[in-house]
Design a protein around this ligand. Structure first.
Ligand SMILES: [Zn+2]
Length: 139
């Protein structure tokens, strides 16, 4: 599914699950489409960081915990997180079921920082900024 800022990859049912995870709807119809919501989060992250510009579309790969684990193994051996961003492929891998707006915003922040700044910031600096954005998302 292509949105203004992202390209979300997953089956129809994964897209529905992802939408429910982000918007907490069960019985009532959601206020926003998945595409609208993901772009709202991306715009909000850019606003908080004050880093507005044209970015290449981020790929959001929806994953089961097992798929997340096997993708994570390719990059790192430590404990598998709920989501992670890979700069080389410009892709956020995220657990479809445990996703939240905050988790998605956190990974989008990594992506924006790595693409906006000429030199990638130190890991600790990135984490501090990502956590700040995650907590101050307000949407
Ligand atoms: Zn992080």
């Amino acid at each position: 599914m292509r949105t203004k800022h992202t390209n979300i990859k997953g089956s129809e049912s994964e897209l529905t699950t992802f939408h429910k995870s982000l918007d907490f709807y069960i019985f009532i119809k959601p206020k926003r489409t998945l595409s609208e919501l993901v772009d709202i989060i991306f715009d909000r992250v850019q606003d908080i960081l004050g880093m507005k510009k044209e970015y290449p579309a981020i790929t959001i790969q929806l994953c089961s915990q097992d798929a997340l684990k096997s993708n994570w193994k390719t990059y790192n051996k430590s404990k598998v997180p709920k989501a992670f961003y890979v700069h080389k492929s410009h892709t956020i891998f995220i657990n479809t079921k445990t996703a939240t707006k905050g988790i998605l915003a956190h990974e989008m922040t990594h992506s924006i920082l790595d693409n906006y700044l000429l030199v990638k910031p130190p890991r600790n600096t990135s984490e501090i900024l990502c956590r700040y954005v995650d907590r101050n998302l307000g949407i």
